[in-house]
Design a protein around this ligand. Structure first.
Ligand code: SF4
Ligand code: SF4
Length: 88
């Protein structure tokens, strides 16, 4: 069973320079370089659409400001909190 994504990334393909640092640094390997070219003539990074943990490593290693944005999903309520909420 695939792990639930705890984060997501948005890549601005026209800011990306295709260096691949984010691809190499992503622990769950959910980034890759896209087959198509951007306006700079490079292959921009592409998110597979699932598997992101929201760790932010790709954001911190990217040399291009604005090329990659990380979103973290809110944590689901723990079982005890969910049970308490249903009894109120
Ligand atoms: S936030 Fe972490 S898991 Fe998500 S794409 Fe970036 S490096 Fe990969
Ligand atoms: S590290 Fe930044 S510039 Fe390099 S491929 Fe990833 S998003 Fe593009």
């Amino acid at each position: 069973m695939a792990a639930v994504s705890r984060g997501s990334v948005r890549i601005n393909v026209e800011e990306c320079k295709g260096c691949g640092l984010c691809v190499d640094s992503c622990p769950p390997k959910c980034l890759a370089l896209a087959p198509e070219l951007n306006a700079y003539g490079v292959h921009p990074a592409h998110y597979a659409g699932e598997g992101c943990t929201g760790c932010g490593i790709c954001f911190y290693c990217c040399p291009e400001p604005g090329a990659i944005t990380v979103y973290r999903m809110p944590a689901p309520p723990r079982a005890t909190e969910a049970a308490h909420a249903t009894t109120l």
